[in-house]
Design a protein around this ligand. Structure first.
Ligand code: SAM
Ligand code: SF4
Length: 353
């Protein structure tokens, strides 16, 4: 076993396929805590057409040069290996995934891989007006769209330049294309958009959407903001209930980190993602792939395995499946925020949320 090579915050380990134990290939991948890991979140690029304050620092971002990113063929090799290891659901993210070249064809090819049942995407929607229809037709099932404010000026400030009109056009296009159920995400930052929580929640009284409130997480580049900016789920629920009355809990999906509620009588739902104040590590079912080809084992830790090096030294799909199964085995129980352990290696725009 190469456990020693990956512990702590010394990541980027090149795993030599021949040095791994052999994992059985006839069962889905379970981690060492018995969690079934069947959901891969794939960052297609670390670049973005916005610069949200809670995601990227204003200055000093370094983006990976193109040769460092996995090519489409390499991505398909990884997805084939992941499917063989029992992964069933993919989420495409970024940076901004819609900036990826040949995205429509990539999704079509991913959806054709035996075992891949569901593909979702998290996007800022700026490019969805044109892309929603072709993406749906290619096999994309759903989208989550980020929308942090309903005020165009504040939206522009929080995203450092994004157009709220374009986001709404993207939301409408996604809805019309049938990329449903539509989920909208807002990261709530104290002093920025915490005064809009009720307005955002109110959208669910008029639309059958799920609106998800996300606690800001202390990723590299924005950790200072998170220290002062976290508005807890408890606080958010209190704000919403003060306006709408008690919320009704709504059936929980164990594979979904959001705690779900409904405003009584509303067609839509509310979701609360509380990675900081109420972690959901016990039901974690995910593995992340960075745009530069590292398996990232836990969003809020630095541990990684270098799949790209294995691919570029000729690993077969079967060998990659073994590395993915090994990464699942090495998945840590959970993050270390309560003990003050912060990730230092990558920002959210490199990990995809
Ligand atoms: N560009 C796409 C978007 O914004 O939807 C996808 C990538 S973005 C990194 C994925 C998700 O991470 C978004 O919902 C975004 O709001 C969230 N996010 C970014 N930085 C965050 C932070 N520091 N804490 C919590 N969520 C964050
Ligand atoms: Fe871009 Fe998404 Fe990060 Fe905003 S949250 S800067 S849209 S990657």
């Amino acid at each position: 076993m190469e456990h020693d090579a990956i512990k702590g915050t010394v990541p980027l380990t090149f795993i030599k396929p021949h040095a791994l134990p052999t994992y059985p290939t006839d069962t889905p991948a379970l981690d060492s805590f018995g969690r079934r890991i069947d959901y891969m979140r794939i960052s297609l690029t670390d670049r973005c057409n916005m610069r949200c304050v809670y995601c990227m620092p204003a200055l000093g971002m370094r983006f990976a040069p193109r040769p460092e990113l996995l090519t489409n063929d390499e991505l398909l090799l990884v997805v084939g290996a992941a499917a063989a290891a029992g992964f069933r659901k993919l989420r495409l993210t970024g940076g901004e995934p819609t900036l990826r070249q040949e995205l429509v064809e990539l999704i079509r090819a991913m959806k054709a891989i035996p075992g891949i049942e569901h593909i979702a995407m998290t996007t800022n929607a700026l490019r969805l007006r044109k892309l929603a229809g072709p993406l749906k037709e290619a096999g994309l099932d759903r989208v989550n769209i980020s929308i942090d404010s309903l005020d165009p000026v504040k939206f522009r400030q929080m995203s450092r330049g994004g157009s709220l009109d374009e986001v709404w056009a993207g939301i409408r296009a996604a809805d019309e294309a049938g990329l449903r159920p539509l989920k909208l995400n807002a990261v709530i930052v104290r002093g920025m958009n915490d005064d809009e929580v009720v307005r955002l929640a109110e959208l669910t009284t008029r639309h059958p959407w799920e609106f998800r409130f996300i606690e800001v997480m202390p990723l590299t580049g924005v950790a200072g903001l998170a220290e002062e900016g976290v508005v807890s789920t408890a606080e958010l629920i209190a704000l919403i209930e003060a306006h709408f009355g008690p919320l009704n809990p709504y059936g929980q999906d164990p594979a979904d980190p959001a705690r779900r509620y409904r405003i009584p009588g509303a067609p839509g739902k509310l979701g609360f993602i509380s990675a900081v104040t109420d972690p959901f590590c016990a039901t974690c079912n995910r593995m992340r792939l960075t745009a530069d080809g590292r398996l990232h084992l836990c969003l809020l830790r630095d541990d990684e395995l270098d799949l790209r090096a294995a691919i570029r030294s000729g690993a077969t799909q079967a060998a990659l499946e073994q590395i993915i199964r090994h990464a699942v085995q090495l998945k840590p129980w959970g993050h270390g925020l309560p003990e003050g352990v912060l990730p230092t290696l990558r920002g959210m725009s490199q990990l995809g949320g």
